[in-house]
Design a protein around this ligand. Structure first.
Ligand code: 13P
Ligand code: SF4
Length: 319
């Protein structure tokens, strides 16, 4: 005989989740930070929404006792490194990042040994252990500025995103040794499909994140971080945009330009959405549960954190 086991939902569906999250926020003296790629209802309840750099800058100066990070693991880990004495919560501990996953610290250390004497720039989308092996960290919004400040006589290693690295090389004219990593979301946008969209919408401007491949970036009218793309739409006299990045950014774009036509670029798979499978592991229910249970909590080895903090703080001072 088969017995049917009925699992109870983790959260009572009749609960006023938003109300409970606000109540817990006051109780914990917490701040809720969210990246633009989080689902709309998480963005709407957050105290601060930003790109990776703005979130790190906010985390560096917050006086809140608990930081609830609605983003991916490396972002919450950065907040913890900057706030070793604060509790940092992440709604789903499995919310990783393909760039971070494909750059394990032991492999990266071996790569550095094969290229001695290089100045090591790591994109913030990497683990604390990789940050600890780096001289400076960058994000997509300050990568060009950071690389421009490296002494001209130093050869450079850039990791882990090969597309961002290639774009930064073009912008700065500095050759760099690239780690061969990529983002599973941005890698899916194809030049052919963006070209087709452009012919269907000839008035639209193409705006793209620098994690896209070079051929896609070649079609873009504006390239930049999530904040940069949002600001471009906010301030542009144009009213039609093909948006080549994770679709979560559209929420704030729609709020600031409700009359504009925003066309999300489809990935080459043919699916009409481009959502980051890691970012989307966070839900409003998990946000409530992590605040109620005060876990999952981010923990970073203090020695690794101390070395990683130096590289992050150098980025903050060069930004
Ligand atoms: P931003 O630095 O633009 O926020 O990008 C982060 C990210 O993970 C892009 O995929
Ligand atoms: Fe990582 Fe790409 Fe997701 Fe950004 S969109 S968090 S780079 S997997």
């Amino acid at each position: 005989m088969t017995t049917l086991s009925l699992t109870r939902p983790a959260v009572d569906p009749s609960l006023d989740l938003e109300g409970e999250i606000r109540r817990l926020k006051d109780e914990l003296h917490a701040v809720i930070l969210a990246h633009y790629y989080q689902e709309d209802e998480i963005q709407d309840i957050a105290d601060f929404i930003g790109d990776s750099l703005a979130l790190a800058q906010y985390a560096a100066k917050t006086s809140a006792e608990v930081i609830v990070f609605c983003g991916v693991h490396f972002m919450a880990e950065t907040a913890k490194i900057l706030n070793p004495d604060k509790q940092v919560l992440l709604p789903d501990l499995d919310a990783g990042c393909s760039l971070a996953d494909r750059c394990p610290a032991p492999d990266f250390a071996a790569f550095l040994r094969r290229h001695p004497g290089h100045f090591v720039v790591s994109y913030i989308n990497c683990s604390a252990a990789v940050k600890a092996l780096s001289d400076v960290i960058c994000t997509s919004s300050n990568a060009v500025k950071i690389v421009q400040q490296i002494p001209a006589d130093r050869p450079i290693i850039f990791a882990p995103d090969r597309h961002l690295g290639r774009w930064v090389m073009k912008q700065t004219g500095r050759p760099m040794v690239l780690w061969d990593g990529f983002c599973v979301v941005h890698e899916q946008f194809s030049q052919r499909r963006i070209w087709q969209l452009k012919t269907q919408h000839p008035r639209a401007l193409v705006i793209a994140h620098p994690e896209c491949e070079e051929a896609v970036l070649g079609l873009a009218d504006h390239i930049g971080s999530t904040s940069s793309l949002l600001n471009f739409v906010k301030n542009s006299p144009h009213d039609e945009f093909i948006v080549v990045t994770e679709a979560g950014i559209l929420h704030q774009m729609r709020k600031s330009r409700p009359e504009a036509k925003l066309i999300p670029a489809p990935p080459s798979s043919g699916c009409n959405c481009s959502l980051c499978p890691y970012m989307r592991l966070n839900t409003l229910e998990k946000l409530y549960l992590c605040m109620r249970n005060r876990q999952p909590e981010i923990v970073v080895d203090p020695e690794v954190a101390a070395r990683a903090r130096k590289a992050i703080e150098l980025m903050l001072s060069w930004s």
